[in-house]
Design a protein around this ligand. Structure first.
Ligand code: NAG
Ligand code: NAG
Length: 407
């Protein structure tokens, strides 16, 4: 751990001394200086990853995994929270539950949590996720199941989704719920970023699963990724170079999730990855119709090209609702449970979340959309000193409160 910290320090120091000092951090962002330093670290690591891949030392995501390792913890039980590593139908999960079961027969709520990291990075064993799970256990008296799904690029879509879905289906069996004293009427799925993508996809697929008896009471999507069709929404354009998740990195995550074909990355960067088959889906991501004026800003709408066929072998997958849950008709949205959507102004994914909130509301779903005008992507992760941000604590508080009142 000490070696890792030293490397981190060197990276930050090196970055600070270089051109990174000029960074487009908007005035509206709080604790700007801290975000600038944090971003220097991320950018430096990304450059190092590019270099390493170029030299054939290690692939890009292999180097980026350093972030996950830096924050790795071994989740352990304490006097209030009991933590166990389990295997649900072949899928690794961490189960957090209240140490004391309360009165005999009292059932608890449950939150199934899916971590973020662009389907390529992250782990439920990172300190921010471990803390969030413990907090939910304590404040909600809930059982938290944090799924350790397999990651891209080693495992492309649909493997990460399938891992999650298998684990969820296993947990939702009456006998398993009973063994954890969970009330089958009070279960939520939730996740941040790519985890929000998986959570939204899980909620949809459960509704369409004919044999599925137990359904979810709520879904809580924290700055989720929801579609791969239009990577030029106003938020993608406005936040192209924003800290933590610049557009290039998000596009990279998408392409690595969907395929090993490197040419998809370039096609997605120029938003020319669609095919004629995507044309019928454009209406589901038409931000000109789905976003409020304050989000559209002065950006003029032009539909993504669909004649270009730049997606190569990934044509089917990028519009698969399990990868792009926004690309479904209203009929698939109607049966969805009560929903919480968190979006941040300074986030390429802002419009994905905002469009999903608008479409769900239009379909009659009870939606709470919390938009943070000074928020940036990934903020919820920044709760650990020295990269702790006030906004992370406010977001966490509001999210947990929503679960308290709606789950
Ligand atoms: C998108 O919405 C706008 C405004 O509502 C409409 O004029 C346009 O035809 C739509 N385009 C597509 C591709 O759905
Ligand atoms: C990769 O995608 C391109 C089109 O974007 C296609 O021409 C090429 O055949 C694909 N390569 C493989 C190995 O599938």
């Amino acid at each position: 751990m000490r070696g890792d910290a030293l490397v981190a320090l060197l990276l930050v120091a090196g970055a600070l001394g270089s051109y990174y000092l000029y960074s487009p951090i908007p005035d509206a962002i709080e604790q700007r200086w801290k975000l600038l330093v944090t971003d220097c670290f991320f950018r430096s690591l990304s450059h190092l990853a590019d270099l390493s891949e170029l030299l054939g030392v290690m692939d890009y995501m292999g180097v980026m995994m350093f972030i996950t390792k830096l924050e790795a913890v071994v989740p352990v039980s304490d006097e209030r929270v009991q933590v166990e590593e389990e295997v649900f139908d072949g899928v690794q999960v961490m189960v957090y539950q209240p140490r004391h079961r309360g009165n005999d027969g009292d059932l608890r709520r449950a939150v199934i949590y899916l971590h973020g990291g662009g389907w390529c990075l992250g782990s439920s064993r990172m300190e921010p996720y471990d803390r969030l799970s413990r907090r939910m256990v304590e404040e909600l008296n809930a059982v938290v199941v944090s799924v350790e799904y397999r990651l891209a690029p080693k495992h492309h879509f649909p493997v990460p989704f399938q891992d999650v879905y298998r684990g969820v289906k296993y947990f939702l069996q009456s006998s398993v719920l009973a063994s954890y004293a969970v009330d089958s009427q009070r279960i939520a799925v939730s996740g941040d970023s790519a985890g929000g993508n998986l959570a939204a996809a899980v909620a949809q697929q459960l509704q369409q699963d004919p044999g599925q008896l137990v359904q979810l009471k709520a879904q809580a999507l924290l700055y989720p990724v929801l579609q791969a069709l239009d990577l030029n929404t106003p938020s993608y354009q406005q936040n192209e170079n924003m800290p933590i998740l610049p557009r290039r990195l998000m596009v990279r995550f998408w392409s690595e999730y969907l395929t090993g074909n490197k040419s998809l990355f370039g096609a997605m960067l120029s938003n020319s990855h669609n095919s004629p088959e995507s044309a019928g889906l454009l209406k589901f991501v038409n931000w000109s119709a789905l976003l409020p004026e304050s989000f559209r800003g002065s950006y003029g709408y032009s539909a993504p090209l669909t004649e270009t066929r730049g997606g190569g072998g990934a044509l089917d997958t990028l519009t698969d609702p399990r990868a792009s849950p926004l690309l479904v008709p209203d009929a698939a949205l109607q049966p969805l449970p009560k929903t919480y959507v968190l979006t941040c102004e300074y986030d390429v994914l802002r419009d994905d979340g905002a469009m999903y909130a608008a479409r769900l509301r239009g379909a009659g779903v009870d939606v709470t959309h919390r938009h943070y005008p000074s928020g940036f992507h990934g903020a919820l992760m920044f709760v650990v000193w020295p990269t702790d941000f006030d906004i992370a604590h406010r977001m966490t508080e509001d999210y947990v409160q929503w679960l308290e009142h709606n789950l």
